[in-house]
Design a protein around this ligand. Structure first.
Ligand SMILES: [Fe+2]
Ligand SMILES: [Fe+2]
Length: 388
Protein backbone atom coordinates (compact mmCIF):
# COMPACT_ATOMS: atom_id res chain seq x y z
CA UNK A 1 0.00 0.00 0.00
CA UNK A 2 1.19 3.52 -0.76
CA UNK A 3 0.65 4.50 2.85
CA UNK A 4 3.17 1.87 4.02
CA UNK A 5 5.99 3.76 2.33
CA UNK A 6 4.73 7.16 3.41
CA UNK A 7 4.29 6.16 7.03
CA UNK A 8 7.91 5.14 7.50
CA UNK A 9 8.73 3.87 10.96
CA UNK A 10 5.38 4.27 12.65
CA UNK A 11 4.35 1.24 14.74
CA UNK A 12 2.42 -1.43 12.83
CA UNK A 13 -0.74 -0.74 14.81
CA UNK A 14 -0.74 2.95 13.80
CA UNK A 15 0.02 2.10 10.16
CA UNK A 16 -2.88 -0.32 10.06
CA UNK A 17 -5.26 2.24 11.53
CA UNK A 18 -4.26 4.93 9.05
CA UNK A 19 -4.40 2.50 6.13
CA UNK A 20 -7.82 1.34 7.16
CA UNK A 21 -9.16 4.90 7.26
CA UNK A 22 -7.48 5.82 3.98
CA UNK A 23 -8.82 2.67 2.38
CA UNK A 24 -12.29 3.58 3.45
CA UNK A 25 -12.12 7.19 2.35
CA UNK A 26 -11.10 5.71 -0.95
CA UNK A 27 -14.75 4.80 -1.55
CA UNK A 28 -16.28 6.96 -4.23
CA UNK A 29 -15.41 4.84 -7.22
CA UNK A 30 -18.84 5.51 -8.71
CA UNK A 31 -17.87 9.20 -8.86
CA UNK A 32 -21.16 10.48 -7.47
CA UNK A 33 -20.61 13.17 -4.79
CA UNK A 34 -24.20 12.92 -3.53
CA UNK A 35 -23.78 9.21 -2.85
CA UNK A 36 -20.51 9.85 -1.03
CA UNK A 37 -21.97 12.66 1.02
CA UNK A 38 -24.87 10.44 2.10
CA UNK A 39 -22.46 7.70 3.04
CA UNK A 40 -20.13 9.92 5.02
CA UNK A 41 -21.91 10.01 8.41
CA UNK A 42 -22.15 6.19 8.42
CA UNK A 43 -18.50 5.89 7.39
CA UNK A 44 -17.49 8.11 10.29
CA UNK A 45 -19.69 6.16 12.72
CA UNK A 46 -18.60 2.75 11.47
CA UNK A 47 -14.95 3.11 10.56
CA UNK A 48 -13.59 6.01 12.59
CA UNK A 49 -15.73 5.98 15.74
CA UNK A 50 -16.33 2.23 15.41
CA UNK A 51 -19.74 2.54 17.03
CA UNK A 52 -20.53 -1.10 16.34
CA UNK A 53 -17.67 -2.13 18.59
CA UNK A 54 -18.33 -0.11 21.74
CA UNK A 55 -20.24 -2.89 23.53
CA UNK A 56 -23.31 -0.76 23.92
CA UNK A 57 -26.52 -0.44 21.92
CA UNK A 58 -26.31 1.81 18.87
CA UNK A 59 -29.23 4.14 18.30
CA UNK A 60 -29.95 4.86 14.65
CA UNK A 61 -32.40 7.62 13.85
CA UNK A 62 -34.60 7.03 10.86
CA UNK A 63 -36.61 9.77 9.20
CA UNK A 64 -39.06 7.64 7.23
CA UNK A 65 -42.84 8.10 7.39
CA UNK A 66 -45.36 5.35 7.96
CA UNK A 67 -47.64 5.20 4.94
CA UNK A 68 -51.17 4.78 6.24
CA UNK A 69 -53.53 4.03 3.34
CA UNK A 70 -57.20 3.83 4.24
CA UNK A 71 -58.34 3.10 0.69
CA UNK A 72 -56.69 -0.35 0.68
CA UNK A 73 -56.23 -0.13 -3.08
CA UNK A 74 -53.42 -0.74 -5.54
CA UNK A 75 -53.32 -4.53 -5.56
CA UNK A 76 -50.09 -6.22 -6.53
CA UNK A 77 -51.06 -9.86 -7.22
CA UNK A 78 -47.48 -11.15 -7.40
CA UNK A 79 -46.75 -9.68 -3.98
CA UNK A 80 -49.94 -11.12 -2.57
CA UNK A 81 -48.97 -14.52 -3.95
CA UNK A 82 -45.58 -14.23 -2.23
CA UNK A 83 -47.37 -13.28 1.00
CA UNK A 84 -49.56 -16.40 0.79
CA UNK A 85 -46.53 -18.55 0.13
CA UNK A 86 -44.71 -16.99 3.08
CA UNK A 87 -47.66 -17.62 5.41
CA UNK A 88 -47.81 -21.27 4.36
CA UNK A 89 -44.08 -21.80 4.75
CA UNK A 90 -43.55 -20.44 8.25
CA UNK A 91 -41.48 -22.75 10.43
CA UNK A 92 -40.68 -22.97 14.10
CA UNK A 93 -37.00 -22.44 14.87
CA UNK A 94 -37.30 -24.57 17.97
CA UNK A 95 -39.04 -27.56 16.40
CA UNK A 96 -37.87 -27.59 12.79
CA UNK A 97 -34.23 -28.08 13.79
CA UNK A 98 -32.71 -30.86 15.85
CA UNK A 99 -31.01 -28.88 18.60
CA UNK A 100 -30.04 -32.09 20.40
CA UNK A 101 -27.25 -32.61 17.83
CA UNK A 102 -23.89 -32.38 19.54
CA UNK A 103 -21.72 -29.87 17.67
CA UNK A 104 -17.99 -30.04 18.24
CA UNK A 105 -16.27 -27.30 16.23
CA UNK A 106 -12.90 -28.93 16.96
CA UNK A 107 -13.83 -32.34 15.55
CA UNK A 108 -11.98 -32.79 12.21
CA UNK A 109 -14.35 -35.65 11.28
CA UNK A 110 -17.35 -33.32 11.06
CA UNK A 111 -15.95 -30.13 9.60
CA UNK A 112 -18.08 -27.02 9.97
CA UNK A 113 -15.87 -25.34 7.41
CA UNK A 114 -13.30 -26.87 5.04
CA UNK A 115 -9.61 -25.87 5.07
CA UNK A 116 -10.10 -24.06 1.77
CA UNK A 117 -11.27 -20.98 3.72
CA UNK A 118 -8.00 -20.74 5.65
CA UNK A 119 -4.79 -19.37 4.10
CA UNK A 120 -2.39 -21.68 5.95
CA UNK A 121 0.06 -21.91 3.03
CA UNK A 122 0.08 -18.16 2.55
CA UNK A 123 0.74 -17.73 6.28
CA UNK A 124 3.71 -20.11 5.99
CA UNK A 125 5.19 -18.09 3.17
CA UNK A 126 5.03 -15.05 5.48
CA UNK A 127 6.92 -17.05 8.08
CA UNK A 128 3.87 -17.74 10.25
CA UNK A 129 3.49 -21.45 10.93
CA UNK A 130 0.47 -22.66 12.85
CA UNK A 131 0.43 -26.01 14.64
CA UNK A 132 -2.35 -28.48 13.81
CA UNK A 133 -4.13 -27.48 16.99
CA UNK A 134 -3.85 -23.80 16.13
CA UNK A 135 -5.16 -24.47 12.63
CA UNK A 136 -8.33 -26.06 14.01
CA UNK A 137 -8.72 -23.13 16.39
CA UNK A 138 -8.21 -20.66 13.57
CA UNK A 139 -10.88 -22.36 11.48
CA UNK A 140 -13.20 -22.17 14.47
CA UNK A 141 -12.52 -18.42 14.59
CA UNK A 142 -13.34 -17.99 10.91
CA UNK A 143 -16.61 -19.91 11.07
CA UNK A 144 -17.65 -18.13 14.27
CA UNK A 145 -16.84 -14.82 12.61
CA UNK A 146 -18.93 -15.69 9.56
CA UNK A 147 -21.92 -16.77 11.59
CA UNK A 148 -21.62 -13.72 13.84
CA UNK A 149 -21.78 -11.47 10.77
CA UNK A 150 -24.83 -13.42 9.55
CA UNK A 151 -26.45 -12.81 12.93
CA UNK A 152 -25.71 -9.06 12.92
CA UNK A 153 -26.96 -8.85 9.33
CA UNK A 154 -30.17 -10.64 10.36
CA UNK A 155 -30.76 -8.17 13.17
CA UNK A 156 -30.38 -5.34 10.65
CA UNK A 157 -32.74 -7.18 8.30
CA UNK A 158 -35.33 -7.46 11.06
CA UNK A 159 -35.38 -3.69 11.60
CA UNK A 160 -35.17 -2.82 7.91
CA UNK A 161 -38.08 -5.17 7.13
CA UNK A 162 -40.13 -3.50 9.87
CA UNK A 163 -39.32 -0.01 8.54
CA UNK A 164 -40.12 -0.90 4.95
CA UNK A 165 -43.37 -2.57 6.01
CA UNK A 166 -44.42 0.76 7.51
CA UNK A 167 -43.31 2.99 4.71
CA UNK A 168 -44.13 1.06 1.53
CA UNK A 169 -47.32 2.25 -0.14
CA UNK A 170 -48.76 -1.02 -1.49
CA UNK A 171 -50.98 -2.94 0.91
CA UNK A 172 -49.89 -6.30 -0.55
CA UNK A 173 -46.32 -5.20 0.10
CA UNK A 174 -47.19 -4.48 3.74
CA UNK A 175 -48.80 -7.91 4.14
CA UNK A 176 -45.76 -9.57 2.64
CA UNK A 177 -43.45 -7.39 4.76
CA UNK A 178 -45.16 -8.59 7.93
CA UNK A 179 -44.15 -12.16 7.10
CA UNK A 180 -40.62 -11.06 6.46
CA UNK A 181 -40.42 -9.37 9.86
CA UNK A 182 -41.40 -12.72 11.38
CA UNK A 183 -38.87 -14.56 9.18
CA UNK A 184 -36.03 -12.25 10.19
CA UNK A 185 -36.96 -12.57 13.86
CA UNK A 186 -36.70 -16.34 13.46
CA UNK A 187 -33.35 -16.01 11.67
CA UNK A 188 -32.00 -13.95 14.55
CA UNK A 189 -33.32 -16.63 16.91
CA UNK A 190 -31.70 -19.61 15.17
CA UNK A 191 -28.34 -18.01 14.36
CA UNK A 192 -28.06 -16.67 17.90
CA UNK A 193 -28.99 -20.04 19.36
CA UNK A 194 -26.41 -21.82 17.21
CA UNK A 195 -23.68 -19.34 18.13
CA UNK A 196 -24.67 -19.29 21.76
CA UNK A 197 -25.17 -22.99 22.44
CA UNK A 198 -22.96 -24.68 19.83
CA UNK A 199 -20.04 -22.37 19.07
CA UNK A 200 -19.86 -20.19 22.17
CA UNK A 201 -18.08 -17.47 20.30
CA UNK A 202 -19.58 -14.19 19.10
CA UNK A 203 -17.62 -11.62 17.12
CA UNK A 204 -18.47 -7.94 16.94
CA UNK A 205 -20.00 -6.52 13.79
CA UNK A 206 -17.66 -5.96 10.87
CA UNK A 207 -17.10 -2.21 10.34
CA UNK A 208 -18.14 -2.28 6.70
CA UNK A 209 -21.30 -4.22 7.41
CA UNK A 210 -22.06 -1.65 10.12
CA UNK A 211 -21.62 1.19 7.62
CA UNK A 212 -24.03 -0.36 5.14
CA UNK A 213 -26.68 -1.18 7.73
CA UNK A 214 -26.36 2.21 9.43
CA UNK A 215 -26.76 4.02 6.16
CA UNK A 216 -29.77 2.16 4.89
CA UNK A 217 -31.51 2.34 8.26
CA UNK A 218 -30.98 6.08 8.61
CA UNK A 219 -32.03 6.92 5.03
CA UNK A 220 -35.60 8.18 5.07
CA UNK A 221 -36.40 6.87 1.57
CA UNK A 222 -38.01 3.44 1.70
CA UNK A 223 -36.56 2.33 -1.60
CA UNK A 224 -33.00 3.03 -0.41
CA UNK A 225 -33.63 0.85 2.65
CA UNK A 226 -35.10 -1.71 0.36
CA UNK A 227 -32.28 -1.60 -2.12
CA UNK A 228 -29.72 -1.79 0.68
CA UNK A 229 -31.31 -4.61 2.58
CA UNK A 230 -33.38 -6.68 0.15
CA UNK A 231 -31.03 -6.50 -2.79
CA UNK A 232 -27.53 -5.81 -1.51
CA UNK A 233 -27.26 -7.27 2.00
CA UNK A 234 -29.79 -10.08 1.49
CA UNK A 235 -28.61 -10.85 -2.04
CA UNK A 236 -25.06 -11.19 -0.82
CA UNK A 237 -26.16 -13.06 2.30
CA UNK A 238 -28.11 -15.49 0.16
CA UNK A 239 -24.93 -16.21 -1.79
CA UNK A 240 -22.96 -16.56 1.44
CA UNK A 241 -25.55 -18.88 3.01
CA UNK A 242 -25.69 -21.13 -0.07
CA UNK A 243 -21.92 -21.26 -0.16
CA UNK A 244 -21.62 -22.31 3.46
CA UNK A 245 -24.57 -24.69 3.06
CA UNK A 246 -22.71 -26.51 0.30
CA UNK A 247 -19.42 -26.63 2.20
CA UNK A 248 -20.37 -27.52 5.74
CA UNK A 249 -20.47 -31.11 6.93
CA UNK A 250 -22.14 -30.20 10.23
CA UNK A 251 -25.76 -31.46 10.00
CA UNK A 252 -27.45 -28.93 12.31
CA UNK A 253 -25.89 -25.94 10.57
CA UNK A 254 -26.72 -27.44 7.18
CA UNK A 255 -30.38 -27.85 8.10
CA UNK A 256 -30.51 -24.39 9.66
CA UNK A 257 -29.07 -22.79 6.52
CA UNK A 258 -31.42 -24.78 4.30
CA UNK A 259 -34.43 -23.38 6.15
CA UNK A 260 -33.07 -19.84 6.16
CA UNK A 261 -32.20 -19.97 2.45
CA UNK A 262 -35.79 -20.87 1.58
CA UNK A 263 -37.01 -17.75 3.39
CA UNK A 264 -34.29 -15.52 1.97
CA UNK A 265 -35.07 -16.59 -1.59
CA UNK A 266 -38.55 -15.18 -1.02
CA UNK A 267 -37.18 -11.97 0.49
CA UNK A 268 -34.93 -11.22 -2.45
CA UNK A 269 -37.75 -12.14 -4.85
CA UNK A 270 -40.00 -9.60 -3.14
CA UNK A 271 -37.17 -7.06 -3.26
CA UNK A 272 -36.63 -7.30 -7.00
CA UNK A 273 -40.35 -7.28 -7.66
CA UNK A 274 -41.03 -4.11 -5.66
CA UNK A 275 -37.97 -2.24 -6.91
CA UNK A 276 -38.45 -3.18 -10.53
CA UNK A 277 -41.91 -1.58 -10.39
CA UNK A 278 -40.76 1.43 -8.36
CA UNK A 279 -37.63 2.22 -10.36
CA UNK A 280 -39.28 1.89 -13.75
CA UNK A 281 -42.48 3.74 -12.80
CA UNK A 282 -41.68 6.30 -10.13
CA UNK A 283 -38.08 7.49 -10.43
CA UNK A 284 -36.57 10.01 -12.81
CA UNK A 285 -33.21 9.34 -14.45
CA UNK A 286 -31.23 11.32 -11.88
CA UNK A 287 -32.82 9.41 -9.01
CA UNK A 288 -32.22 6.11 -10.80
CA UNK A 289 -28.56 6.96 -11.30
CA UNK A 290 -28.15 7.76 -7.62
CA UNK A 291 -29.44 4.28 -6.73
CA UNK A 292 -27.22 2.75 -9.38
CA UNK A 293 -24.11 4.50 -8.07
CA UNK A 294 -24.93 3.71 -4.47
CA UNK A 295 -25.36 0.00 -5.25
CA UNK A 296 -22.01 0.04 -6.98
CA UNK A 297 -20.31 1.61 -3.94
CA UNK A 298 -21.86 -0.99 -1.66
CA UNK A 299 -20.89 -3.85 -3.98
CA UNK A 300 -17.28 -2.64 -4.00
CA UNK A 301 -17.33 -2.14 -0.23
CA UNK A 302 -18.42 -5.73 0.16
CA UNK A 303 -16.06 -7.11 -2.45
CA UNK A 304 -12.91 -5.50 -1.13
CA UNK A 305 -13.48 -5.06 2.50
CA UNK A 306 -15.43 -7.92 3.99
CA UNK A 307 -12.19 -9.53 5.03
CA UNK A 308 -12.58 -10.84 8.57
CA UNK A 309 -10.55 -8.03 10.14
CA UNK A 310 -12.02 -8.96 13.51
CA UNK A 311 -10.23 -12.33 13.23
CA UNK A 312 -7.04 -10.57 12.11
CA UNK A 313 -7.19 -8.30 15.17
CA UNK A 314 -7.58 -11.33 17.40
CA UNK A 315 -4.83 -13.43 15.86
CA UNK A 316 -2.24 -11.34 14.08
CA UNK A 317 -2.50 -7.62 14.91
CA UNK A 318 1.05 -6.54 15.69
CA UNK A 319 2.65 -9.53 13.99
CA UNK A 320 1.35 -9.27 10.43
CA UNK A 321 0.59 -6.31 8.20
CA UNK A 322 -3.11 -5.85 7.55
CA UNK A 323 -2.42 -5.57 3.82
CA UNK A 324 -0.75 -9.03 3.94
CA UNK A 325 -3.73 -10.42 5.81
CA UNK A 326 -6.10 -8.96 3.22
CA UNK A 327 -4.19 -10.66 0.44
CA UNK A 328 -4.01 -13.99 2.27
CA UNK A 329 -7.65 -14.13 3.23
CA UNK A 330 -9.11 -12.89 -0.04
CA UNK A 331 -7.08 -15.36 -2.09
CA UNK A 332 -8.16 -18.57 -0.37
CA UNK A 333 -10.15 -20.77 -2.73
CA UNK A 334 -13.00 -20.82 -0.21
CA UNK A 335 -13.23 -17.02 -0.12
CA UNK A 336 -12.96 -16.78 -3.91
CA UNK A 337 -15.80 -19.25 -4.18
CA UNK A 338 -17.69 -17.29 -1.51
CA UNK A 339 -17.38 -14.04 -3.47
CA UNK A 340 -18.29 -15.75 -6.74
CA UNK A 341 -21.51 -17.13 -5.30
CA UNK A 342 -22.38 -13.78 -3.73
CA UNK A 343 -21.93 -11.76 -6.90
CA UNK A 344 -23.59 -14.41 -9.04
CA UNK A 345 -26.69 -13.77 -6.92
CA UNK A 346 -26.38 -9.99 -6.87
CA UNK A 347 -25.60 -8.82 -10.41
CA UNK A 348 -28.60 -10.39 -12.21
CA UNK A 349 -30.89 -8.76 -9.65
CA UNK A 350 -29.38 -5.32 -10.22
CA UNK A 351 -29.83 -5.86 -13.94
CA UNK A 352 -33.47 -6.90 -13.52
CA UNK A 353 -34.43 -3.87 -11.43
CA UNK A 354 -32.75 -1.48 -13.87
CA UNK A 355 -29.59 -0.59 -11.95
CA UNK A 356 -27.03 -2.00 -14.37
CA UNK A 357 -27.16 0.42 -17.28
CA UNK A 358 -24.17 0.65 -19.68
CA UNK A 359 -22.76 3.69 -17.80
CA UNK A 360 -22.25 1.65 -14.62
CA UNK A 361 -21.66 -1.70 -16.35
CA UNK A 362 -18.30 -0.32 -17.46
CA UNK A 363 -17.33 0.24 -13.82
CA UNK A 364 -18.50 -3.19 -12.77
CA UNK A 365 -16.48 -4.56 -15.65
CA UNK A 366 -13.34 -2.78 -14.43
CA UNK A 367 -13.97 -4.24 -10.97
CA UNK A 368 -14.14 -7.70 -12.56
CA UNK A 369 -17.79 -8.19 -11.65
CA UNK A 370 -19.63 -8.08 -15.00
CA UNK A 371 -18.95 -11.77 -15.55
CA UNK A 372 -21.61 -12.44 -12.91
CA UNK A 373 -24.39 -10.51 -14.61
CA UNK A 374 -25.66 -13.25 -16.89
CA UNK A 375 -27.43 -15.64 -14.51
CA UNK A 376 -30.99 -15.91 -13.28
CA UNK A 377 -32.43 -13.14 -11.12
CA UNK A 378 -34.36 -13.72 -7.90
CA UNK A 379 -37.73 -13.71 -9.66
CA UNK A 380 -36.59 -16.65 -11.81
CA UNK A 381 -34.60 -18.77 -9.41
CA UNK A 382 -36.26 -21.17 -6.96
CA UNK A 383 -35.09 -22.12 -3.48
CA UNK A 384 -34.66 -25.69 -4.75
CA UNK A 385 -32.23 -24.43 -7.40
CA UNK A 386 -30.30 -22.49 -4.77
CA UNK A 387 -29.96 -25.63 -2.68
CA UNK A 388 -29.17 -27.97 -5.57
FE1 LIG B 1 -32.89 -13.29 7.16
FE1 LIG C 1 -34.09 -11.79 4.71
Amino acid sequence: MLADKMLGNLPLFAKNKINSILGTINVGEAGNPKVLLNMLPSLVKGIILREGKQNQPVLIKSGHSANFDFSYGGEKPEMYELYRRAVQNQWDGDKALDWSINVDPFNPEVEILPDSFCPFDAFSSLGIKLTDKEKIKFKYSIVSWMLSQFLHGEQGALFAAAQVTESISWLDGKLYGATQVMDEGRHVEVFLRYIDTKLNKLYQINDNLFVIIDQLMSDSRWDMKFLGMQIMVEGLALGAFSNLYHHTKEPLLKELLKNVIQDEARHVHYGVLALQIHISENLNEKERQEREDWSFEVAILMKNRFLAHEVYEEWFEGSMKKSDWNKCISNTSGMIDFRNTMFKRLLPNLKYIGLLSPRIAEKYDRAGLMAYAGGKNASQITAAELLA
